[in-house]
Design a protein around this ligand. Structure first.
Ligand SMILES: [Fe+2]
Length: 241
């Protein structure tokens, strides 16, 4: 066996490939980070502190940073497929890299708990978009990025958090992030559960299109998976056609 999903159609990783996978995902995260910082370097004030915060986040919980890197890749591909200006692609990519920055202030015993969270612990966890929004608020040129990060857990039907925004009230970049975030979360191992097969995660997205997710974004995302399979899949794409 060896490699992803040969035969059993599952995204879990054979033990001997773990180191390789981590290196590859880190490269994705690092490259995404570089891109964000490069573009910020062109604006008048480069918030270098964000880079330090991202490194802190990686030190606290490496998997959160690696997840951010994969989300940045996926969300950028979606943004590039939409007929929108390059600035939008930058906003989506930056927001994807930074979307879980607020988890830096979630206690490690909650963030890395190897089991389901209690209601109180969920309340703490659900504060992360607001905490990241507070960090980004007021940074020059980062307003749209801040809004995308703040609203990435809103739901299309208005039952999300933190503000319960609905449909088009949710910034488009946040609607893109919601899809890529959920997909990456479902298809990777978490402390309390194993990764779900890609095919099942796709079914979940389709089932929740129009309630949790913007259905148009789900359509574009599925197109991206078919046409530009993520580099860390390695051969998974064959079964998506
Ligand atoms: Fe999040």
């Amino acid at each position: 066996m060896g490699g992803w999903g040969h035969g059993h159609g599952h995204l879990s990783v054979p033990q001997d490939d773990v180191a390789l996978l981590v290196r590859r995902a880190l490269r994705v995260a690092h490259r995404a980070q570089e891109l964000v910082l490069q573009e910020q370097a062109h604006s008048s004030s480069r918030p270098a502190a964000l880079e330090a915060l991202l490194v802190d986040l990686g030190l606290r919980d490496l998997s959160t940073l690696v997840h951010a890197g994969r989300c940045a890749w996926l969300a950028t591909a979606v943004a590039q497929t939409l007929p929108l200006p390059p600035r939008f692609v930058w906003v989506v990519r930056s927001a994807a890299v930074l979307h879980d920055l607020g988890k830096l202030w979630v206690p490690p015993r909650v963030l890395s708990k190897p089991g389901p969270l209690t209601e109180r612990q969920w309340q703490v966890m659900r504060r992360h978009p607001v905490l990241a929004g507070d960090v980004l608020a007021g940074l020059p040129g980062m307003d749209e990025v801040k809004d995308a990060v703040l609203h990435h857990h809103e739901r299309f039907d208005g039952r999300g958090y933190p503000h319960g925004l609905k449909g088009d009230e949710i910034p488009l970049a946040a609607r893109v992030l919601a899809v890529t975030d959920a997909f990456d979360a479902m298809t990777t191992d978490r402390p309390y559960r194993r990764a779900m097969p890609v095919e099942r995660a796709i079914r979940e997205l389709v089932r929740n299109a129009g309630t949790q997710f913007d259905p148009d974004i789900v359509d574009v995302f599925l197109q991206v998976l078919r046409e530009q399979p993520p580099p860390w899949w390695e051969g998974r794409e064959a079964s998506l056609h």
